[in-house]
Every structure is written in structure tokens, then in C-alpha cells.
Design a binder for this molecule. Sequence first.
Ligand code: ATP
Ligand code: MG
Length: 389
Amino acid sequence: MLAYLVRSTLYEARLAVIGQALVRQGCEVHHVDSIEAAINDGRIAGRSNALIVVPESGDSKADVARIAHAAASMTRRAFIMYVASTLSPEDYKTLTRLGSAESTDWDAAIKEIAQLIPSLQKDAGVKSDSFGHRLITFVGTGAGGGNTTIAMETAVSLASMKGGAAGNVALFDLELADSVVCSYLDIKPHLDWDELSHNPERIDGHMLGILASRHESGLDVFASIAPPQTEIDIGGIAVLTMLNRLIELYDVVILDVPSSKRRDVDEILRNSDLVVVTGLYSIPAAKNVGVMLKKFAQMQIPPNRVATVITDAEVNLFGRVAETFDISKLIGPTPPLFVRRDRAFAIECANAGLSMVASQPKRGICTDIAKIAERVLTVAPVAAAMVKA
Ligand SMILES: Nc1ncnc2c1ncn2[C@@H]1O[C@H](COP(=O)(O)OP(=O)(O)OP(=O)(O)O)[C@@H](O)[C@H]1O
Ligand SMILES: [Mg+2]
């Protein structure tokens, strides 16, 4: 198992002793400058579990806030052990509620960590054999480019698979200001971001049950009731906590990222099991897709974790895409999935509050969407282990 020790000049000697103990327990130990450095370390990807040991800096409030933020963005792959001589009851509670962090004092650190390692290793083993929890993030390349439609229809397609093949499915709409998903599906949204942002630690399984809007396909939709009064940071603790709880509880989480929020989700994209880029069937849109794919390559998101969907594609009488331009020149060699153009049907369904896939699953456009759902199921979760306290 991987273990990271966050450097501290104050506690260098004590950390060295902890490091030796970890090595004796069979851990691969690395020293890093910050929690973020551990989380972003390339070695962590593909591993099912890791431990990050964080020594106190002298300001425990700030330490706990930093840990909470890190845990919210990455709990799937790492458990954080905070070592501090004293901790207020409030900070202690914040840490334990995260579900992926604990605290200990310096005297008990070695013993506590020694007890923790076997359970982390066991947890990793159990989880990697099971179904796994997938995070699938859909990003649009331009407003009105069909991202929400495709993300939502893929989610319905997954939720209605025969025999529950995809497990339970959640759709989380990151359009906090002006969500249209619920109107597309004629259901009532329940997320109140003004309230959630005040008490993110209260988001637990029970609360998610209340916040979900259930669609008849079995899909649980998480969307906001109204624009929040104060701006909610997409990379902030409330949204990330929500996301992590969803990943814990659902087999597949589909995330709809509006094109306006694209710049705020780098960390989420890095942690996604699959990133689906959507764009319309046009030269400008395909160019944007190409630019985005290059950006993902720079971000070192492996190409097998990226898929492209071109929607509103013109097809000929045989249902084949009429190649009116050379799309591979613009988006690169990996062929995209196409969703054919069917505007009258798309509009009719949107107006009636019906999912296209649920109302006419055999229709061409719906079989195209079913292929995206199948692609989603071929993805192996990066690291299924979500560590529980
Ligand atoms: N294959 C298709 N055939 C016809 N119409 C389509 C197709 N795919 C999407 N559309 C339509 O395109 C419009 C796109 O709306 P949608 O809300 O999905 O876009 P979006 O990318 O999420 O927009 P935004 O960036 O503003 O969030 C919808 O009216 C939808 O019905
Ligand atoms: Mg949208």
C-alpha cells in the first residue's frame, strides 16, 4: 500500500520514525510537501488505497479545513491521518465526519497507524472485487451543445438496463443556477445550495435519500431548486462532499458539467473514471472538442478514460453518419460515438417532460444513446475504495 508523509521541519524526527514503522508494515513510503502533492501524485492512480499522514502545522483549524477540502476532493483513494498534540472537539468532529480522515496525537500515532493499515488493505481488497463505483463526467463544448440531453439520456438508459445491470444510478447536475434537467424529465428538484453550503458535513446517506428526485426509470436526479443567493464554488467543499457521498452510495454517478463551469472542474475530471466530451456535429463544435481533448492530454488524463460524443449528427437513409467533413482531422484519430439528429422527437420529448430513451427505446437516436451507456459499463473504476471510518 502507498503511504505519504507530509513534510514538516518541526516534526522531522517523529515523522521519520512513523515512516520506518510504515515500511515495516509493507508500505511504499513517499515524502511530499503537501496533502495536494500526495493526492496529485501519479502513483496513487490505479491503486485502490493510500494513507496520507499529515503533521500539525501549529494552526489546527487551518489544518482541518485543508484536510476536509482534500478529503472531499479525493476520499476515494486516500485516507488521511492527522497527527496533532491537541484538537478541539469541534475539529475532531469535522474530521471523523469526513469518513476518510482520523486524528491521533504524537504518542499514539505509531500504534494507531499500525492498527489502521490492515483495515485499509482489507477494505481495498474487498472493494476492488466488487462492482465498483464509477464517476462519469460529461462536459460540453458550447452552450446548447446537447451536453445535458446526452448526460441525462445516458443516465436513464443505464438506470433502465435489464436486470439492473448498471446498479443504482445518480445524475448530478452542476448547473446550480439554472437547472433544466428536472424540467426535461418533469420531476421536482430538491437541492437547496444555500442550505447545503452551510452544513456540508450533514450530507449523508439519509439526507441523499431526501435530496434525490426519483425518475420512473429508477434514476435519482440531484438538481437545485433555485439559483443560490451566494455563489457556490464548484470546487468547494459543499459540492465535493455531495459528489463523494454520491460516489459512495451509487454504482454509477453521472455528472453534468455545463460548458460555463468547465474551468472549475479540473480536479473532478482527473478523478473521473470516464470523461465524456460532447459537441454538436459541426466544424466549429468539433474544433472545440479537439481543443478540449488536447487539454485533457496535457492534464494527463489517460486517453482510454476519455470518450467523445458528437450529437445532432446528420445520418443517411441507412442510419450512417453522412460525413460532410473529416471529423478525425479536428478531434484526432479515436472515433467518436455519434448520436443522430432527431430534432422533432427531441423537442417533443423535452416539451412533454419525457426522456427519449424511456419513451421510445428502439428509436435510432435512443439506440445511439444506449451505446454510450454500454461504453460507460466497460470502464473499470480507477480506484473503487472509498474508505469508511
Ligand atoms: N441528437 C439530437 N437531435 C436533435 N436535437 C438534439 C440532439 N441532441 C441534443 N439536441 C437538442 O439540443 C438542445 C441542447 O440542449 P441541452 O440542454 O442538452 O444543451 P447543453 O449543452 O446542456 O446546454 P448548456 O451548455 O446551456 O447547459 C436541446 O433542445 C436538445 O433537444
Ligand atoms: Mg446543460
